[in-house]
Design a protein around this ligand. Structure first.
Ligand code: ZN
Length: 371
């Protein structure tokens, strides 16, 4: 175990940022915890190799330096609620790799609620591929901003010798036969939507909704039922003039808050930031995003944890610029999206009502509200 003493200036949200980033420094890290008494971080690491440990110290120093001179604005709570009869229940926390029948029903019910919010604004309904192509990725740049999260898609070349080689290779030797042409499993839904409208000049607001599996490479020991490598997401994406984008984002935020109240969940709506990993992101985008309150998150609270179940984003003209989407005067349009982490809503409901369907099936009555 390594003990790393933090400078006094690394506290509050800077310290949280640091704790979030440490697990990505090495695959050998198994545990990260903060020791308040000594204002230090304890890092459980699976190696005694001196060079590796020296490197880790050096990387920790780099992060501390970056954070020391960056500006991180404290999260603000916009709304908050505690259910009066909240019996936060325990249930079987084991992670299984499938939905059983009841879980599948809950998933469909929740998605139906979200879809109906989208329909209220006449959103176009889409089903997009799970794979993002190289053109899309090089435009949205997610892989450069969040390399720690990506899953790439690779294939065996259609070549007699290589196919033969692949058949004969041991599992761990197949790596250099695979080739990668810049395709990735999608980390979210909205990039497909920008791709659909790329290189277009539009004079009508665009509102689109789509849902499906998304993929993010999480830290192995942090994976749990609300932090999975693959999960269901629905997004509502909107492209319009700046003022209209913000207004719609806020309207949908109100709709989602009402749904949250109707289901009687516990939690709060907070101004939020994405975890950013690179120097550049931290110095520019990260700090900027917080200042403009570009992003809000709905956090569900349970006895053991709190986690974000929806986010409400205003991207200014950043993505429209990258995908060249303009109005008829050739000005870049602005855009935003609302994203629902469906598996996490399911978790929030299980935490609130327990796993048994008879305890949460009444929520279906809410269907009438959203139909
Ligand atoms: Zn999005």
């Amino acid at each position: 175990m390594i003990n790393y003493v933090l400078p006094d200036k690394i506290n509050g949200s800077k310290m949280h940022e640091l704790l979030d980033r440490v697990p990505y420094l090495s695959e050998k890290i198994r545990k990260v915890s903060y020791d308040e008494a000594t204002h230090s971080v304890n890092i459980g690491i699976d190696t005694n190799d001196e060079e590796e440990i020296d490197n880790l110290h050096r990387h920790l120093n780099e992060i501390v330096e970056t954070l020391r001179y960056s500006k991180i604005i404290t999260q603000k709570t916009i709304r908050s609620r505690k259910s009066e009869n909240a019996s936060k229940r325990d249930y079987d926390y084991s992670l299984h790799a499938y939905f059983d029948e009841d879980e599948f029903e809950l998933y469909r019910m929740l998605d139906y609620f979200f879809l109906n919010i989208a329909k209220k604004y006449n959103a176009l309904i889409r089903d997009y591929p799970i794979i993002l192509n190289a053109n899309n990725m090089s435009r949205n740049n997610y892989h450069k901003n969040f390399p720690q999260n990506v899953f790439s898609v690779s294939h065996v070349p259609h070549n007699y010798e290589q196919l033969q080689q692949f058949r004969e290779a041991e599992q761990h030797d197949t790596g250099n036969i695979f080739v990668h042409h810049g395709q990735y499993l999608r980390p979210c839904i909205c990039y497909h939507c920008y791709e659909e409208f790329q290189e277009q000049s539009v004079d009508q607001p665009i509102i689109v909704t789509s849902q499906g599996k998304c993929f993010r490479h999480e830290i192995e020991w942090k994976v749990n039922r609300s932090r999975k490598n693959e999960f269901y997401m629905r997004e509502i994406v909107f492209i319009d003039k700046p003022e209209q984008v913000v207004t719609l984002r806020d309207q949908i935020m109100n709709d989602v808050w009402s749904l949250f109240e109707d289901i009687d969940l516990n939690g709060s709506l907070v101004s939020a930031r994405d975890p950013f990993f690179y120097y550049d992101d931290l110095k520019n985008k990260g700090a900027y995003q917080l200042m403009s309150h570009a992003k809000y998150e709905l956090e569900a609270e349970s006895r053991h944890s709190s986690y974000s179940i929806a986010s409400f984003n205003y991207c200014e003209n950043l993505l429209c610029q990258k995908f060249n989407i303009t109005d008829s005067d050739n000005e870049y349009l602005h855009s935003g999206c609302v994203a629902f982490g469906i598996d996490r809503w399911m978790e929030a409901i299980f935490h609130r009502y327990g796993k048994e369907k008879k305890n949460w099936s009444h929520i279906a009555g809410g269907l009438y509200l959203y139909a």
